[in-house]
Design a protein. Structure first.
Length: 234
């Protein structure tokens, strides 16, 4: 199991939890969608998993190793998180940023793989420009290419299609499926049912801070029906 959570409850104010008793099992070889209405707690949950939000109780394990405050840096090698608006270094080039992050993970950039991904996403001419001069879509491509290159066991994405054009969206579908097929896993938060039906194996429906249902994905309408059955009229 790549990721397991047991009874994870997270809060900003101690007596008003945002997520409650969340139990997850993320297996290798699968793409998972995290679905929920606005305010359901999706981003808070992802921030707990990424060690960004530390106000929680319960247990988080990556590849069998329990996440604690003392081993955050070591356990990070099991996962890479890309938020909906990733914080990048504007004065760096995408190549310098990728090299920097890889060194933090104790890795080196795979140059042939980077060249292939740049060609896939039409990113060759942007690799050496300053990140601060890039469009929203190309900033997102910087983060996505970096995450795909790192090849951590779990890639966590919060609304990964923000700013991407139609061609890039089509390409990222294929790359995320291939990422899982290499024995990794992908967990992505999204409001878009088409991405769920295209590439996801399971959908985790988060409602009022709790995962109410896990659905094997067999088509867009089936996932929609399960989602609206869980959240009612909200």
């Amino acid at each position: 199991m790549i990721l397991e959570t047991r009874h994870v409850t997270g809060w900003y104010t101690k007596h008003a939890p945002v997520i409650r008793q969340v139990n997850l099992e993320i297996e290798p070889g699968k793409v998972y969608a995290l679905l929920g209405a606005n305010g359901a707690g999706k981003t808070t949950l992802l921030n707990v998993l990424a060690s960004i939000h530390g106000q929680y109780s319960g247990e988080v394990r990556y590849c069998g190793e329990k996440l604690t405050g003392k081993n955050d840096k070591r356990v990070k090698r099991y996962r890479y998180f890309i938020p909906d608006h990733p914080a990048l270094f504007d004065e760096m080039s995408p190549l310098a940023f990728m090299d920097f992050v890889h060194r933090l993970y104790g890795k080196t950039v795979d140059s042939p793989r980077l060249a292939a991904l740049c060609e896939t996403f039409g990113f060759e001419t942007f690799l050496h420009r300053k990140i601060g001069a890039l469009s929203l879509g190309n900033r997102q491509k910087t983060a996505l290419i970096n995450g795909l290159l790192l090849e951590c066991p779990l890639l966590i994405l919060d609304e990964p299609l923000v700013g991407l054009d139609a061609v890039a969206i089509e390409r990222i579908y294929g790359e995320l499926r291939a990422y899982a097929q290499r024995g990794n896993a992908v967990l992505l938060s999204t409001h878009l049912f088409p991405i769920v039906s295209r590439i996801c194996d399971e959908a985790l429906i988060l409602h009022q801070g709790t995962i109410r249902e896990t659905v094997a994905v067999h088509g867009e309408e089936q996932v929609k029906a399960a989602f609206f059955r869980v959240i009612g009229h909200e």
